[in-house]
Design a protein around this ligand. Structure first.
Ligand code: THU
Length: 141
């Protein structure tokens, strides 16, 4: 079972909060930050990056994950992802992000949602996306 200490959870929230300040969200005016924790305690952050062609928008969760992959991280390297929205309501990851996260996060990995209240939601990855679409990975078949 994955356990994240309150101290690390606080660091993840602060990292995601700072990342949300870098969001490029001129169309929705809805900033999102994400912080992704590796097994060796490194935190990768992401924010949403919108585009005038709306469908090309990249969510905060995917920005964080892609940044980690670009830095050499891979499947199974992650313990948790925390999502932060500067609002009074908690939000859960969109469907596209669930599929992308599930490619890299193990079923028991933790996904947290936080906002500007003290409330936190937490799920296991496989609760967010049960029965996901998968393909055999070449070096795992
Ligand atoms: N957004 C995220 O960054 N993550 C999600 O899980 C859902 C939505 C962003 C995309 C867009 O820039 C804004 O929030 C409004 O949908």
């Amino acid at each position: 079972m994955i356990k994240i200490s309150d101290k690390v959870l606080g660091s993840l929230k602060e990292a995601a909060r700072q990342a949300a300040q870098n969001a490029y969200a001129p169309y929705s005016n809805f900033s999102v930050g994400a912080a992704l924790l590796t097994e060796d305690d490194v935190i990768y952050v992401g924010c949403n990056v919108e585009n005038a062609s709306f469908g090309l928008t990249n969510c905060a969760e995917r920005t964080a994950l892609y940044s980690a992959v670009a830095d050499g991280r891979g499947r199974g390297d992650f313990l948790a992802l925390l999502l932060y929205t500067p609002s009074a309501a908690l939000h859960s990851p969109c469907g596209a992000c669930r599929q992308v996260l599930a490619e890299f996060l193990a079923a028991e990995s933790l996904v947290y949602s936080t906002c500007d209240t003290d409330e936190t939601l937490v799920w296991h990855m496989d609760e967010l996306l049960p029965d996901l679409f998968e393909m055999p990975v070449a070096d795992e078949v």
